[in-house]
Structures are given as structure tokens and as C-alpha cells.
Design a binder for this molecule. Structure first.
Ligand code: SF4
Ligand code: SF4
Length: 369
């Protein structure tokens, strides 16, 4: 018996009803029960009970092929916390050297701020942007003690390197958001890739570096931080700006812009935040709902790198829908989705542009007169 991989109470909740199957993108891709939430929970039970050996090939494949999007959670009548079970599964499945090399590399980057800074400089140089286009940060207090609890902007480990314009836009929208220079990674990447203890440790450290309310432009970071530090400590940007959309509208070609939203899976399925970004968008543009807005775009943290073929298939269907919607812009609330959609739209030579919600809101033109 393996016995102690999963919290037995969490694992026992599933009643095998199958309500989650239609919500699961990997089940939609394969039609295979093993690739569904119910099928994966059956595999978890087989691992826990010693029915399958720990090195079983199906276990390894299904722990890896799950997007971790948690679309199976809101539809589950039994309250199965699938995201938590997947984290526990990967601690076992990806222990030690079994963790995919790419995931290990990304985790290393997330821990080493200098590497991320270098990555950002290279990206901006490749894009012809100013290498100094970084986010203005505040210096730590002279005595090294944490600043008085206030509202602090989380710059995000990869976002700080790859999309600093998103944090700059957030600061324009709310100048009260201070961004302390010394802030690490929230640990979501670690928690989702087999290092749950490391991911929780990093979240606590970040919580100490950013006392008070933490505002983040990343739905994934918001969900992980809220799970570790508590919901009262964390606000995703659309929550933070609720009721405070800039006055005016976004115009494209002399008319009100047509925009759509791609949900952040963890923000929607983990924190239940999806109405807030839509309300902000509706107040400044013509909003079009995508039929699959709540379904993963295939980015899913490390998934697009570890499972590129499946990720591209999921993305292709998403890009088809975005193009059919006749929109000018597709808006994201998570840097991974932003990178994924920009890649897909560029490959398709689409005229639709992907932007973060913060970037869209700063482009709103005030009403004339
Ligand atoms: S995870 Fe929930 S919805 Fe899916 S089979 Fe189990 S109880 Fe039913
Ligand atoms: S997390 Fe997403 S991909 Fe994984 S089982 Fe649940 S719905 Fe399917």
C-alpha cells in the first residue's frame, strides 16, 4: 500500500457521478475515461490503495496530461477539491529527478531574480523595446523592517521579466499601488509542479515581504496566495478595481472597441472571480462573450512547454473562436494566458490583439467635453 500520498478525506469525497466530464478539456480531447477528472481520481485511489504500483505508466501519463485547470471543481456536487489532489499527486509522481527537466528549469528561474531579469532584458532587446522599461519600485525601509501594512503590487516573477508593462499600467490605474523592489515568487509554479511544501514556503515569505493587502495582475498567483495566506490578504486586479473603471471608452477605428475575455482558470475556478473583469470591460467597450471563455487556453502553467502538442490543439480551437467573434482585442487576466494567446494569434497572422486587462484600461479615452 502506498497509503499516504493523498489526504484520505479529500480522496473519499468523489461519488463517481461524472458531472465533471463535460467540463474537462483533456477528456474532450481524448474521449478516454482515464483522462477525465473521475478517471484520474480512480487512478489516485488505485495508487493510494496499492492497486497500481507507484511507477505505473498510466499514472505517470495522467498526472502529467492534466492541465490543472480546475474546471472540474465548480461543477462537482460533492465538493471535490481536485486542484489540491493534483498537487498531492504530483508531489509523489514528480518527486526528485522524476520532475520534468523543463519544470525544474522554470522553478530555478522563478527562484533566481537575476536570471529572470536577464530573461526580461533579452526579451525586450529582441522586441526592440527599451531595456530600461522596468516597473518603478520603492526602496525597502532604511532599517530593513517591513513597511507599514498597506496595499502592495505583486510584480510577479515571470511577469516582472516578460511583461513589465502590465504592472506599469496597474500603477497608472491606481497610483496608490506601491511596488517594493524586494519581492520574490509566490510559489504557485512550485506547488503545481510537485513541490507543494516549497510553494507554500515561498508564499509565506512573499506575504512577509508584502505586508497588508497584496494586489496582483495574475489570476494564478492570486489563487495560490489566497489558498496559503487567506483570501483577505489578496486581491486580483479586477477585484481591486471593481467600481473604479476609468471614465470614457476604448475606441478603435473611430468606434467603441469590440473586446472579449479569456478567463484565468485558477481565478475563475479557484476563487470564483469572473464577473469583475467582465463588468470593467462592459463599462468601457462593447463586450462579446466567447463560448469557451471559461475553458483553459492550453497555457496552464508549464503545460504548454511540457505538452506542446496537446496545448497547441487546445489553443487552435480557442483562436478559431476568437477570430469568429469579430473582436478587436482579447483580454486576459493572467500572464501565462497572455503569452499563449499572443503566440496563437501571431502564428495565425490574426488582426486580433491580446492584451492584459490593465493595458486595456489605461488606453481608455476620457469623455470629451
Ligand atoms: S469529481 Fe465530483 S463531479 Fe467528478 S465524478 Fe467525482 S463527485 Fe462527480
Ligand atoms: S484540472 Fe482540468 S484537465 Fe485536469 S481533470 Fe480537472 S478539468 Fe480535467
Amino acid at each position: 500500500m502506498t497509503g499516504d500520498v493523498f489526504d484520505p478525506e479529500q480522496l473519499s469525497r468523489c461519488i463517481s457521478c461524472g458531472f465533471c466530464l463535460p467540463a474537462c478539456p483533456t477528456y474532450a480531447l481524448t474521449g478516454d475515461e482515464a483522462s477525465s477528472p473521475r478517471g484520474r481520481i480512480t487512478l489516485m485511489r488505485a495508487l493510494q490503495d496499492g492497486v497500481l504500483p507507484p511507477d505505473d505508466a498510466t499514472l505517470a501519463e495522467q498526472a502529467s496530461s492534466c492541465l490543472g485547470c480546475r474546471a472540474c471543481e465548480p461543477v462537482c456536487p460533492a465538493g471535490v477539491e481536485y486542484g489540491s489532489l493534483l498537487e498531492q499527486w504530483r508531489v509523489h509522481q514528480w518527486r526528485g529527478r522524476r520532475r520534468p527537466v523543463l519544470a525544474r528549469l522554470l522553478m530555478l528561474f522563478a527562484e533566481r531574480r537575476r536570471l529572470l531579469r536577464l530573461l526580461g532584458l533579452l526579451r525586450r532587446a529582441a522586441a526592440g523595446a527599451s531595456p530600461s522599461a522596468e516597473v518603478p519600485t520603492s526602496a525597502p525601509p532604511a532599517d530593513g523592517a517591513p513597511d507599514a501594512a498597506g496595499v502592495q503590487l505583486l510584480l510577479g516573477c515571470f511577469e516582472r521579466g516578460l511583461f513589465p508593462e502590465v504592472s506599469r499600467a496597474a500603477q497608472v490605474l491606481d497610483p496608490a499601488l506601491t511596488a517594493p523592489a524586494v519581492q520574490g515568487c509566490c510559489g504557485a509554479l512550485h506547488a503545481h509542479n510537485g513541490d507543494l511544501a516549497g510553494g507554500e514556503r515561498m508564499a509565506h515569505r512573499l506575504g512577509a515581504e508584502l505586508p497588508g493587502t497584496i494586489v496582483t495582475t495574475s489570476g494564478g498567483c492570486a489563487a495560490h496566495l489566497a489558498a496559503v495566506l487567506g483570501r483577505d490578504r489578496v486581491r486580483e486586479l479586477s477585484q481591486w478595481l471593481t467600481g473604479r473603471a476609468p471614465a470614457g471608452e476604448l475606441r478603435v477605428d473611430g468606434r467603441r472597441a469590440r473586446v472579449t475575455l479569456q478567463d484565468s482558470c485558477h481565478l475563475r475556478n479557484g476563487l470564483g472571480v469572473y464577473a469583475e473583469p467582465r463588468a470593467l470591460l462592459r463599462s468601457v467597450a462593447h463586450y462579446v462573450e466567447l463560448p469557451s471563455a471559461a475553458t483553459c487556453c492550453g497555457a496552464a502553467g508549464t503545460y504548454s512547454l511540457l505538452r506542446p502538442r496537446e496545448s497547441r490543439r487546445i489553443l487552435a480551437a480557442k483562436i478559431d473562436e476568437i477570430e469568429a467573434a469579430g473582436v478587436d482585442l482579447v483580454v486576459t487576466v493572467n500572464p501565462g494566458c497572455l503569452r499563449q494567446l499572443r503566440t496563437g494569434l501571431r502564428r495565425r497572422r490574426s488582426t486580433v490583439r491580446a492584451v492584459h486587462l490593465a493595458e486595456l484600461l489605461v488606453r481608455v479615452t476620457p469623455p470629451s467635453g
